[in-house]
Design a protein around this ligand. Structure first.
Ligand SMILES: NC(=O)c1ccc[n+]([C@@H]2O[C@H](COP(=O)([O-])OP(=O)(O)OC[C@H]3O[C@@H](n4cnc5c(N)ncnc54)[C@H](O)[C@@H]3O)[C@@H](O)[C@H]2O)c1
Length: 414
């Protein structure tokens, strides 16, 4: 049984620490009061003294307005903040009496670990950069079933601490994952380009959705399903359903930050700006479509069904729903509301909708979570009164005699 400390037990760190605690002795420290039945929450000095492994999962925040929930492609690109990681490293240096195995999980741009963090770490410690591919709403499942485990060392070799980290992970993994070992910089790149590849993929399938709407006689699913099955040249089917745009606390902001890196290294072009700009225009197109449907139906109010960036979580950070909402308001539709029992941002969220409305069916639980084995559909968050129209960007709901459903992206026969 290993002795493990987690510095930063927030949205990612606490669940990960609890998965570790099923097999190991785990301490947790946070500047914010936290509780856990499995992890011993304690002060930083006790954590550093007791642990042989120290995982750092503190925030590397983007600046205000850079999360992707409102337009940002027009703003000056900026790097993430590193103060909390630097503070955690300084605390380990300060309180460690012997050599520790330090593992940094937090997301940073390529080059940051080598340039900014490693020079601060006392030479008696060993260090790995080990970013996680984990999503909100399925943190514990993702932790034990990762697509790959990314382990960065100074020269990309499987040095002592990297090998020991793999042995540690073998005690908790339930899917015998791939271990990808590279330099710190390569591993920073694997993590952030993994996220931004997804944004580009979602941007592409949503572009096909935009074309379907303009050209007619096209069901976007017929096109994207054919592409998704083209495993010879393209790839697997995940993120190949057109719908809402890429969202959340990580993906949009990673693209936004890579805009800064592209400029910093004078790459000569900014693909990430293009991806983020396309995401914003796709949201604007959807917003205009909602307004058109509202006007065609006697100016019904518009309600976005799902404000958090995905079902089953409260987080509105980086939400595509609010980005669509931004454009609905910008284009002059005054009566915009959200319905979402979990949303952590209550602005314009209502408990019920007492009149017919145009609903944007933003959440589809099955599409979001079916890879974890959770096949449950999203149930309505409120009564949908007769005369309402649902715009379903996922094209799964069916019309009834009372409520019309429009499959956004399917213009066959339209
Ligand atoms: N949430 C995810 O799904 C996810 C997935 C992959 C990577 N990440 C990355 O992991 C890191 C943490 O993300 P998160 O979502 O858990 O953030 P979070 O804000 O929910 O949690 C971070 C925690 O660290 C604490 N903290 C801040 N400064 C501290 C300090 N100096 N010392 C100790 N604790 C401190 C905060 O109080 C908070 O509880 C980020 O770099 C993020 O990009 C997150």
């Amino acid at each position: 049984m290993a002795k493990i400390g987690f510095i930063g037990i927030g949205k990612l760190g606490l669940d990960c620490a609890e998965v570790m605690a099923e097999k190991h002795q785990v301490w947790g420290y946070d500047i914010y009061p936290r509780t856990s039945d499995l992890v011993k929450v304690c002060g930083i000095e006790e954590l550093v003294n007791e642990s042989e492994w120290i995982f750092i999962a503190v925030p590397t925040p983007h600046a205000e307005g850079y999360d992707g929930s409102v337009p940002s492609s027009h703003m000056e690109p900026r790097d993430f903040g590193h103060d909390a990681v630097i503070d955690a490293i300084k605390n380990v240096n300060k309180y460690a009496n012997d050599s520790k195995k330090i593992v940094l999980i937090s997301t940073v741009l390529p080059g940051t670990t080598r340039n900014k963090f490693v020079p601060l770490i006392d030479s008696k410690h060993q260090f790995c950069y080990n970013p996680y591919l984990i999503a909100m709403g399925s943190v514990k499942w993702d932790m034990a079933h990762p697509e790959m485990v990314i382990i960065g060392t100074e020269d990309g070799s499987l040095t002592g601490v990297a090998g020991k980290l793999i042995d540690l992970y073998k005690t908790i993994m339930q899917n015998d994952p791939r271990y990808e070992v590279g330099t710190w910089d390569e591993c920073e790149a694997i993590k952030i380009f993994y996220n931004t590849f997804i944004s580009a993929k979602v941007g592409l399938v949503n572009m096909i959705q935009d074309f379907a709407l303009r050209i007619g006689n096209i069901n976007v699913d017929v096109v994207t399903n054919a592409l998704a099955r083209s495993t010879m040249r393209i790839m697997g089917p995940k993120y190949m359903t057109a719908g809402m745009g890429d969202a959340g606390a990580c993906h949009p902001r990673d693209n936004i930050a890579l805009r800064w890196l592209a400029k910093e290294y004078d790459i000569g072009y900014d693909l990430f700006d293009t991806v983020m700009h396309a995401r914003e225009i796709q949201a604007e197109n959807l917003a205009k479509y909602l307004i058109k449907v509202s006007e065609e139906n006697g100016n019904l109010p518009i309600v976005i069904h799902g404000k958090a960036y995905k079902p089953d979580v409260e987080y509105c950070i980086g939400s595509y729903s609010t980005l669509v909402g931004h454009y609905v308001t910008k284009h002059g539709h005054a009566e915009l509301k959200y319905i979402d029992p979990l949303a952590d941002d209550p602005t314009d969220v209502v408990d019920n909708v007492n009149c017919p409305a145009v609903f944007l069916w933003a959440h589809n639980r099955k599409i979001t979570y079916e890879y974890t084995g959770n096949q449950a559909d999203t149930h309505p968050y409120c009564d949908i009164l007769p005369g309402s129209v649902i715009v379903d960007p996922w094209r799964k709901l069916e019309s009834s005699s009372d409520v019309k459903v429009i499959h956004y992206g399917n213009t066959r026969g339209a």
